[in-house]
Design a protein around this ligand. Structure first.
Ligand SMILES: C[S@@+](CC[C@H](N)C(=O)[O-])C[C@H]1O[C@@H](n2cnc3c(N)ncnc32)[C@H](O)[C@@H]1O
Length: 265
């Protein structure tokens, strides 16, 4: 298969056009403190706090000895998952993570284009994760591992600081409603987490079709101080790529996509 051969056929998806009244404002000290308190309390984790789930120290049977990991099940002795992943992470191979890979179009393609890089994919929808595992096997990809943990729970526990060369966050859920905002990925503690896991010179790659979400991300990243301002020329570090499912949808519906590249200082 040539590099340009798509891994998957594109099927029109029933993405909602979405509400487009994404509201955000500069954070007051109180709002910032609340974001950290919520984070500490594990609020907003998709699927809840894994520590409260029964048998969270065990992998699901379908994940044993496949490129699949959960933070609390790394030591499940029924398989080699934890040992294999730890060995890969301990190597000096470059490593990239995608957060919320959905159908996996971007990640599968990128893993095939960069066989010397280790890829980690996070997607809280277990069904989507299992489908992507099948695709990894179908295409004999050996440099891509997946987790259905919330990345906010998994990254601090599994990935050493400074280990990642790139993090891709492509079309994250906007979580429009005020009562759902705690689930929204980008917040001050999440930017802290990205800054910790990216090595100096590493790249944060963000896309959304919600213009205001991009503006919020640029604001939070600028506030943090560990990243340079958005620099479109850093697109060259991504190179050719396969669009995600949502990006295909945007193209078909003539919806603009807002792309940001922030370098870790
Ligand atoms: C709007 S979809 C976009 C999927 C894909 N990136 C695309 O562009 O087609 C966002 C995805 O992120 C996943 N997600 C949301 N929060 C997450 C989190 N905290 N950790 C991992 N995945 C998450 C959701 O399950 C969902 O599949």
């Amino acid at each position: 298969m040539s590099e340009s051969t798509p891994l998957l056929n594109y099927h029109a998806a029933s993405f909602s056009a979405g509400r487009m009244d994404f509201a955000w404002e500069e954070l007051s000290e109180e709002a910032r403190a609340q974001a950290y308190a919520d984070w500490e309390a594990g609020k907003g984790l998709i699927g809840g706090d894994p520590r409260r789930r029964p048998n969270s120290h065990l992998l699901p049977a379908w994940g044993i000895d496949r490129p699949f990991f959960r933070a609390l099940a790394l030591d499940d002795a029924r398989g080699q998952n934890g040992d294999r992943l730890r060995a890969l992470l301990a190597s000096d191979r470059p490593a990239e993570a995608e957060i919320g890979f959905g159908r996996g179009d971007f990640l599968l393609d990128r893993a095939r284009r960069h066989p010397d890089t280790l890829f980690l994919g996070y997607e809280t929808k277990t069904k989507a994760t299992r489908l992507c595992l099948q695709r990894i096997e179908r295409y004999a990809i050996d440099n891509l591992w997946l987790s259905d943990d919330d990345c906010r729970f998994n990254l601090p526990r599994v990935i050493d600081d400074g280990r990642l060369d790139m993090v891709h966050v492509l079309f994250p859920d906007p979580w429009w409603k005020e009562q759902h905002r705690v689930k929204r990925l980008f917040s001050p503690p999440f930017v802290d987490l990205l800054a910790a896991k990216l090595q100096p010179g590493g790249l944060l790659h963000f896309k959304s079709d919600v213009q205001e979400y991009g503006e919020l991300v640029a604001y939070l990243v600028a506030q943090h101080g560990a990243f340079s301002a958005h620099d479109p020329s850093l697109a060259a570090r991504i190179g050719e790529f396969a669009a995600t499912h949502r990006e295909h949808w945007c193209i078909r519906h003539n919806r603009p996509v807002y792309t940001y590249y922030f370098a870790r200082r």
